[in-house]
Design a protein. Structure first.
Length: 433
């Protein structure tokens, strides 16, 4: 009976071990490929690798595992879970922190580890690898002296231009995404065009778009990190919008029209994505009290939690409860102009009096606080202390490039235009050769 039990236990251990090996093997090829990329740049590493494999011959060989980070995980907690002692985990994290802030660990990120049984009941960490971003690889190795050596290597990415184009069938966002644009690129484009375009009303089926962005690629590894949108040519409801990203000397980069006019001259037409205007500016019957009252702003119906954007660059003057307005934000844009946002569910992180915000930056979220019948944004535009209709007064004074700045813009524009004419859709064009 006792003998049988031992036999059973032994078989169980063998099965368990084979299972662990199988899992390890399953994850191995992919991770191994990553290690090899870095190894090509660091000729020392393959030796360490082969040593690891030799060690695998001994009694209880090293275990290897790809661990996915979940919310709340830290490198310490991850290592502790694998049975690595606190002291050793601390040393490993300490070594890693010279090239990587452990706080930057994100949920979903993968960490590959090799560890083995130590003399005591703890496991010893032999190797750890993670990619903080697509461009970098970090490897932690236990050296012969027992200390940890850490190495951060960088992938060589080519800087290219890429182009996507297509036709709108569902929405600009959905169709451009399908054509290969990145969400960030689309946000940039929507932000740039929302000065002039009402995405809810103006867009028609069949409207065309063409976007060019710069991108960083590793063709062999099939990796791409899209950079900035550099050009957009969008035809909306029969109107062409052609914009170029350009950095005038001594200023921040922004988008300009063909003629050198800045796109940032106006307030956002709708400081909220995909919302519909539910109540206009002027006299109306009050929805709660029933009497006719001047509506000092406009209302946009949108689900609770919809992000609200700053209508223009400015400074937060107030971000707090304000009577019937509920949770309320007031932004000051220049000496004479302010915008106000009411009935918010909550404020965006860091939105406090004195904070500078950029046009299009998320400042809060739609709610129904204060005197409100349902989730919506009540939006006001105040000029010289007087409420004006935000759908009519969208101009904040035009900014147009002149003189030398306009000349450099013309040069930049010609460069982009000639580059685009050689660029296939979804194709890439090398930058600087
Ligand atoms: Zn209102």
């Amino acid at each position: 009976m006792k003998h049988n039990f031992r036999l059973l236990l032994a078989s169980f251990c063998i099965i368990l071990f084979s299972y662990i090996l199988a899992i390890g093997y399953y994850f191995w090829p992919e991770e191994h490929a990553t290690v090899l990329v870095a190894a090509a740049e660091q000729p020392v590493l393959p030796q360490v690798e082969s040593k690891e494999i030799e060690v695998a011959e001994v009694e209880e060989g090293p275990l290897d595992e790809t661990v996915q980070i979940t919310a709340g995980d830290t490198l310490m907690s991850l290592l502790a879970r694998l049975g690595i002692s606190k002291i050793e985990a601390h040393d490993a994290v300490q070594a890693l922190s010279s090239v990587f802030n452990p706080k930057d660990l994100k949920a979903g990120q993968e960490v590959y580890v090799i560890y083995e049984k130590g003399d005591d009941s703890n496991y010893r960490l032999k190797y750890l690898q993670l990619q903080p971003d697509i461009e970098h690889n970090i490897e932690l190795n236990r050296t012969e002296t027992g200390l940890f050596a850490v190495e951060k290597t960088q992938r060589q990415l080519e800087h290219v231009y890429a182009r996507v184009e297509g036709q709108i069938n569902i929405s600009l966002y959905a169709d451009a995404l399908k054509a290969g644009a990145s969400p960030k690129m689309l946000q940039d484009m929507i932000r740039v065009l929302s000065y002039d375009v009402d995405f809810q009303r103006d867009i028609q089926r069949g409207d065309k778009f063409e976007l060019v962005y710069d991108s960083y690629v590793d063709r062999e590894a099939g990796i791409e990190r899209s950079g900035e949108l550099v050009y957009a040519n969008v035809n909306i409801g029969g109107k062409p919008y052609k914009v170029y990203r350009f950095q005038p000397q001594g200023a921040n980069p922004e988008f300009f029209r063909d003629n050198g006019e800045s796109m940032r001259k106006a307030f956002l037409k709708t400081p909220i994505d995909g919302a519909r205007l539910t109540s206009g500016f002027g006299n109306r019957k009050h929805p709660i009290h029933g009497f006719t009252k001047m509506h000092k702003g406009v209302d946009f119906g949108a689900p609770k939690g919809t992000p609200i954007m700053a209508a223009a660059d400015g400074v937060v003057e107030r971000a707090s409860r304000y009577g019937g307005y509920g949770n309320y934000i007031c932004l000051r844009h220049d000496g004479a102009t302010k915008t106000a946002y009411a009935h918010l569910n909550k404020y965006a992180k860091g939105v406090k009096p004195g904070k500078r915000v950029k046009q299009g930056e998320i400042i809060g979220y739609v709610g129904t606080t204060g005197n409100s019948t349902g989730p919506h944004l009540h939006y006001e535009l105040i000029k010289h202390g007087k409420h004006v209709n935000p759908t009519k007064h969208t101009q904040m004074g035009s900014l147009k490039l002149t003189g030398q700045k306009l000349k450099s813009f013309e040069v930049h524009k010609r460069k982009i235009d000639s580059m685009i004419s050689d660029l296939p859709a979804k194709g890439v064009q090398l930058i600087d050769g």
